[in-house]
Design a protein around this ligand. Structure first.
Ligand code: NDP
Length: 248
C-alpha cells in the first residue's frame, strides 16, 4: 500500500479501541494520518492511544447518544481542526431467537449500529460539506445483505447502514465520497465472545477460504477506500467475506 496517498489526512474511527477499529487505527497511523479514536470503553481507549503514539487522540463517547457525539466532534475539531475521513465502525451484535428479542434489546442494537452511524456521519458530513470534502466509510456487514437466523436486529441495523451509505452517496456527492463496507466473519473480540471452538469450526467450514478474516485484512480495505486511488468507488456496499456469499 502506497501510504503517500493518505499522509496527513485527519481520520476519525469510532469503536477504535477494539477489534477492527483498533487495527484500522494502527494502519492509518502507519500511513501518516492523524487519528481520533471514539469509543465508550475508556480503559481500552487509553491503552490504544498509548500504544498508537502521539498522532492519536482518544475521545470517550457513546455513538448512540447524539449529544455525546456532538461533543466528541467538538473534540475532533480541537484535536484535528476538521475531518477528512470517517470510519463509522462502532457496533454491537446480539445473537437471539427472533421471538425472544425484547424491545429494549432491539432498540439498543439499532441505537448503536444504525443511529450511531447516522449521528457520526451527520457530524463528519457537515464538516466535509463546509470544507474541502472527504470520505465517509460506514461499517455494514454481509448480515445486511442476506438473512442469517438469530441475528434479526443486527441484520436489520446493518441493512439500514448500507441504505444510508447509498443515500448519502447521492446527496453528498461530489464533495463527499461514501461507501459501506460489508465484511463476513472477522476474528475479533466480538466473535470471540460468541463462539465455542466447535462453532468456530462449523462456521469456517461454510466459508470457501475456510477461515475468518483477520482484522488487518479489513483495515487494508479501509486504507484503499480512504485513499485517492479509490476516487471513483462511490455508493457501494463492498463485500470482503472470503467468498462466503458467492454461493448465493
Ligand atoms: P469489537 O467489539 O471488537 O469492537 C467494537 C468497539 O466498539 C468496542 O470497543 C466497543 O466497546 C465499541 N462500541 C460499542 N458500542 C459503542 C457505543 N455505543 N459507543 C462507542 N463505542 C462503542 O467489534 P468488531 O471489531 O468485531 O466490530 C467492529 C464493527 O465491525 C461492528 O460494527 C461490527 O458489527 C462490524 N462487523 C464485524 C464483523 C466481525 O465478524 N467481527 C463482521 C462484519 C461487521 P465495548 O467493548 O464497550 O462494546
Amino acid at each position: 500500500m502506497d501510504s503517500d496517498h493518505l499522509q496527513g489526512r485527519r481520520v476519525v474511527i469510532t469503536g477504535g479501541a477494539s477489534g477492527i477499529g483498533r487495527v484500522t487505527a494502527e494502519a492509518f497511523v502507519q500511513a501518516g494520518c492523524r487519528v481520533v479514536l471514539i469509543d465508550r470503553d475508556e480503559l481500552a481507549l487509553r491503552q490504544a492511544v498509548e500504544a498508537l503514539g502521539p498522532t492519536t487522540v482518544g475521545i470517550a463517547a457513546d455513538v448512540s447518544d447524539p449529544a455525546s457525539i456532538h461533543d466528541a466532534f467538538s473534540g475532533v475539531d480541537r484535536a484535528l481542526g476538521g475531518v477528512d475521513v470517517l470510519i463509522a465502525n462502532a457496533g454491537i451484535s446480539v445473537r437471539r431467537r427472533f421471538l425472544e428479542i425484547s424491545s429494549e434489546e432491539w432498540r439498543r442494537v439499532m441505537a448503536t449500529n444504525l443511529d450511531g452511524v447516522f449521528f457520526c456521519a451527520r457530524e463528519a458530513g457537515s464538516r466535509m460539506m463546509e470544507g474541502h470534502g472527504g470520505v465517509l466509510l460506514l461499517m455494514g456487514s454481509t448480515n445486511g445483505l442476506v438473512g442469517y437466523p438469530y441475528y434479526a436486529s443486527y441484520n436489520a441495523s446493518k441493512a439500514g447502514v448500507i441504505e444510508l451509505a447509498r443515500s448519502l452517496s447521492i446527496e453528498l456527492a461530489p464533495k463527499v465520497r461514501v461507501n459501506a463496507i460489508c465484511p463476513g466473519y472477522v476474528m475479533t473480540p466480538m466473535q470471540e465472545r460468541e463462539y465455542t471452538p466447535a462453532m468456530l469450526d462449523k462456521v469456517n467450514g461454510t466459508i470457501p477460504l475456510r477461515r475468518h478474516a483477520r482484522p488487518e485484512e479489513i483495515a487494508h480495505l479501509f486504507l484503499f477506500l480512504a485513499s485517492d486511488r479509490a476516487r471513483y468507488i462511490h455508493g457501494q456496499a463492498l463485500v470482503i467475506d472470503g467468498g462466503e456469499l458467492a454461493g448465493g
